[in-house]
Design a binder for this molecule. Structure first.
Ligand code: SF4
Length: 353
């Protein structure tokens, strides 16, 4: 089991990371890794774990941190098998799946194992979706892989992560706005996003009090704005927990805070990919040289470009149906994924929202 409210279990074939933005300041995973690598094994109380070797250290101020070494342990994947009862797995809670030191071969091996277990759902979270997008066409995005990125802050660099995420051809795309440290909703475009999770900050359990004191309270107005944005965009919203500071701003322990937001629990989930395979839409377009519209299309299982001969009136395209050879490939794509050649021309009917 995991304490993460939006997953049943975690699986960590990769361990190790390095900090990338404010959300990493009090990284709980570095704290856990330090405990496993250096504390639990002290005096022979526990056996050292090879996949944790050399990954963690402490900063001069006692803050748990990573060394930036990243270890891959394929044996962890053997814990997954096709006969198991369906579970939601948070993938790599002890790393960043798309850390620059993670090798493409590792990712391909991991995704292949996910494909062998279609009953499970695998939730992959990264703070580096730009790396994920670069590798996207080399990975087999099964319908049971959901891809998310962290958006904890409202600065341009962090908000831009969503622009990379929406072009990743995962079955479902989600944002983890945790720890929520700013008015993210005021900058967020939820086009192509299925789910938003949010929550407050917690302190690394084994850090000195001077580090624990750095936990930031979450502004209830920022949470409510995010909830309302999701409601307007028809995006599922999951409020996880308040963190160290309660809804009224009082600092206490996380366990006492519950999951309520204004007295209501928001635990919404997107439907599984299979239930909405027809949910096709375009997320970006521009006029093409031929006088039509060049579209970048994203569906739960499919990503491509095309040139339309249909008129374009500026409204959002909510659905389309290919009416030439592409249709066959689309049929296949519903079971997995297919790519069209960039700028490949084809005809299709469009329905506008
Ligand atoms: S990306 Fe995640 S695991 Fe890596 S340092 Fe940041 S919070 Fe920690």
């Amino acid at each position: 089991m995991t304490k993460i409210e939006w997953a049943d279990k975690t699986i960590n074939p990769i361990v190790g990371c390095s900090k990338v933005s404010r959300a990493c300041d009090l990284c709980y995973a570095a704290d856990v890794a330090f405990n496993i690598e250096h504390v639990l094994t002290k005096d022979g109380n526990a056996k050292p774990r090879a996949n944790y070797e050399g990954v963690s250290r402490k900063d001069k101020d006692g803050r748990p941190n990573w060394t930036s070494r990243v270890n891959y342990d394929p044996a962890v994947l053997q814990r997954l098998s096709p006969g198991q009862a369906p579970k939601r797995f948070f993938v790599n809670s002890m790393s960043d799946f798309f850390h620059p030191k993670v090798k493409l071969e590792w990712l391909q091996e991991i995704f292949a194992q996910f494909a062998r277990c279609p009953q499970h759902t695998f939730l992959v979270l990264t703070k580096r979706p730009e790396n994920a997008l670069k590798l996207a066409d080399k990975l087999d995005w099964g319908a049971n892989i959901w891809m998310g990125c962290t958006v904890e802050d409202a600065n341009d660099e962090v908000i831009k992560r969503v622009d990379h995420l929406r072009f990743i051809p995962a079955a479902r795309r989600f944002i983890s706005a945790e720890p929520l440290t700013a008015d993210v909703a005021s900058k967020l475009d939820l086009t192509g996003i299925d789910w938003v999770i949010t929550g407050g900050e917690t302190a690394p359990k084994n850090a000195p009090n001077s580090i624990k004191a750095q936990v930031r309270p979450m502004d209830p107005a920022h949470v409510l704005a995010l909830r309302d944005l999701c409601a307007r965009a028809k995006v599922k919203f999951f409020f996880k927990q308040w963190g160290v500071f309660a809804e009224n701003g009082v600092r206490r322990g996380r366990a006492k805070h519950g999951e309520g937001l204004g007295g209501k629990v928001y635990h919404q989930w997107p439907e599984s990919a299979e239930k909405s395979a027809d949910d096709l839409y375009a997320v970006a377009w521009s006029e093409s040289a031929e006088g039509g519209v060049k579209l970048r299309l994203v569906t739960p299982n499919w990503l491509g470009h095309g040139t339309s001969n249909k008129s374009y009136d500026g409204r959002e395209i909510s659905a389309w149906m290919a009416d030439n050879g592409v249709k066959n490939r689309l049929g296949n794509a519903r079971k997995g994924m297919a790519f069209l050649e960039p700028n490949e021309a084809f005809f299709f009917k469009m329905r506008f929202a």
